[in-house]
Design a protein around this ligand. Structure first.
Ligand SMILES: Nc1ncnc2c1ncn2[C@@H]1O[C@H](COP(=O)(O)OP(=O)(O)OP(=O)(O)O)[C@@H](O)[C@H]1O
Ligand SMILES: [Mg+2]
Length: 347
């Protein structure tokens, strides 16, 4: 429980907070999907919510965008209480949902036009803004094509354009690049950076891609089983676990860990094992590898591979949850969703 409050609001500047939650909680019968989440988000920051499948990312933002009522706790978005002033909250935000929500029997123009009309934007202004947002995502040439003729990546870009049409102060992106190819993912990252830089848009982004969070986000909240495990900027998160990481693949990581513990080596800062891997955190990793290999050799254990690196977000997640986020994400649900999205059949 203590970890939950560790460095929770580090990095929040006074009077610059655009979202604040206090003990926000959502229960589905006995399941606590979001548990006592208290966070603050700065104006103009890219704030990442990183966690495996089922961690509570979508549920957390569903409450902030007023689509789900909290079971308890509070949240203020752009100065408006999500319970008391949901209509005002909605005017301040743009949303790109995790699951596709475009009408594929309409053209891109018609999708954008319909959305803009819902926000009460005048016809003349609508045309201007459609041109503007379609240009941001570089789909000008395809504006009058039916969405069903779009690729998965193009649909995602169009959804981002749609989320921008009413010029929201805050843009919520739920898994914006799920299932997209690396090139399209990078392009979407570029649009997100552009929005921050040129419009000072605050962006709340959920993801279970470590590289996405690492590359884009000013601060990252790591969430697991509905709890915020830790929240900070990438550098501090990595520094928080300290040292270098030696990853050893070996059939019996538990036994190797015990032998290393028994050796009482002063330079060992911590160890975690999972499946066939032992992660050892040390100072000056390159000097320590021979000793680790020696211990394994003396016990006739064969090491499959050794890897030395500075801590990554994977290591951070592993350290604070005892789990590997990549393993956590291999669910059938995820694969089905990725395929549907990539093939443009999602609905
Ligand atoms: N409407 C619902 N009824 C019951 N349980 C739900 C509902 N919505 C979500 N849950 C449960 O709440 C938990 C959190 O789900 P959520 O969709 O927020 O996770 P997530 O982090 O967005 O996962 P993913 O990466 O798969 O999108 C899961 O255990 C999920 O099954
Ligand atoms: Mg989700």
């Amino acid at each position: 429980m203590l970890l939950k409050y560790f460095s929770k609001n580090k990095g929040v500047k006074m009077n610059n907070c655009i979202i604040e939650t206090k003990a926000l909680t959502k229960k589905f019968n006995s399941l606590i999907a979001v548990n006592n989440v208290s966070i603050k988000v700065n104006k103009g920051e890219i704030f990442g919510i990183l966690g495996p499948n089922g961690a509570g990312k979508t549920t957390l933002i569903s409450m902030l965008i007023t689509m789900k009522k909290p079971s308890s706790g509070e949240a203020v978005v752009d100065g408006f209480d999500i319970r008391k002033n949901p209509d005002d909250v909605r005017k301040s935000i743009g949303i790109v949902f995790q699951d596709p929500s475009l009408d594929e029997e309409l053209t891109a123009f018609e999708n954008l036009e319909m959305h803009a009309a819902l926000y009460g934007i005048t016809k003349k202004e609508r045309e201007k803004r459609i041109k503007e947002v379609i240009h941001v995502v570089e789909l000008d040439e395809r504006l009058t094509d039916l969405v069903k003729t779009y690729s998965g990546g193009m649909r995602r870009r169009l959804e981002i354009a749609r989320g921008l049409i009413h010029r929201p102060k805050i843009l919520f992106l739920d898994e914006p690049t799920l299932g997209l190819d690396p090139q399209t993912r990078k392009r979407i990252w570029d649009y997100i950076r552009k929005l921050k830089k040129e419009n000072n848009t605050t962006i709340i982004l959920t993801t279970h891609y470590m590289d996405e969070a690492d590359s884009l986000c000013d601060r990252i909240a790591i969430i697991d089983h509905g709890n915020i495990i830790i929240l900070d900027n990438n550098e501090n998160l990595k520094n928080s676990i300290g040292g270098d990481v030696i990853s050893i693949k070996i059939a019996e990581p538990k036994k190797l860990r015990e032998k290393i513990e028994n050796a009482q080596l002063k330079w060992i800062k911590g160890m975690e094992e999972y499946n066939d891997e032992l992660k050892i955190r040390v100072e000056m990793g390159e000097r320590r590898i021979p000793k680790i290999i020696e211990i394994a050799k003396n016990n006739n254990w064969e090491i499959e591979s050794v890897n030395l690196h500075k801590p990554t977000l994977d290591d951070v997640f592993f350290h604070y949850t005892g789990k590997d986020i990549r393993e956590e994400n291999g669910s059938v649900k995820d694969l089905i969703r990725i395929r549907r999205k990539a093939w443009g059949k999602g609905r």
